[in-house]
Design a protein around this ligand. Structure first.
Ligand code: HEM
Length: 119
C-alpha cells in the first residue's frame, strides 16, 4: 500500500506547541512521536526541541543505538512528498542543484578570472 505523503510544512505545524502533536522527520520519513516523548531515555526536551523539524542530524549526532532506530520505526506515519525529499532511492543524500540565476553575477566573473589565473 502506498505511504501517506506529507509536506515539510505539514510536519512544521506538528511542533508540539499549544497541544499540537509532535512529529519529526528522519531520512524523509515522518514520525508521530507524541506518545513516545515521555519515555525517551534522553529526556522529553531533547525531542520537543526538534518537534516539527527534520531531526535526522540531531538523531544521528547523538549516536543512537540500533534499538533506538527500531523504536523510531514503530512511530512512522508516512513519508515526505517526492519533490521535498532529501535522500535518493539508495538512501544517499541528494546533491543540491546549483541555481542558474547565480550565473553572470560579479562573483561568477571573479570566479572565471580566478579560475583562468589558476588554470
Ligand atoms: C524521536 C525519536 C527518538 C527515539 C525513538 C529515541 C530513542 C532513544 C533511545 C532508545 C535512547 C537510549 C540509548 C540508545 O539506545 O541509543 C536514547 C537516548 C538519547 N537520545 Fe534519543 N531518541 C529519539 C530522538 C532524539 C532526539 C531528536 C534527540 C536530540 C538530540 C535525542 C537525544 C538523546 C540523548 C541525548 C540520549 C542519551 C541519553 C542518556 O544517555 O542519558 N533523541 N534515545
Amino acid at each position: 500500500m502506498a505511504q501517506t505523503q506529507y509536506r515539510l510544512a505539514d510536519v512544521q505545524a506538528r511542533n508540539g506547541k499549544l497541544g499540537a502533536p509532535i512529529w519529526i522527520v528522519y531520512k524523509d520519513s515522518v514520525y508521530d512521536v507524541t506518545s513516545y516523548v515521555d519515555q525517551h531515555p534522553g529526556g522529553n526536551d531533547a525531542i520537543i526541541a526538534e518537534a516539527g523539524t527534520d531531526a535526522t542530524s540531531a538523531f544521528q549526532d547523538v549516536g543512537h543505538s540500533d534499538d533506538a532506530t527500531t523504536i523510531l520505526a514503530k512511530y512512522k506515519i508516512g513519508e515526505i512528498v517526492e519533490e521535498e525529499k532529501k535522500y535518493d532511492a539508495n538512501g544517499k543524500k541528494k546533491k543540491k542543484v546549483v541555481a542558474a540565476k547565480d550565473e553572470g553575477t560579479g562573483r561568477s566573473c571573479l570566479n572565471t578570472v580566478t579560475c583562468g589565473l589558476l588554470g
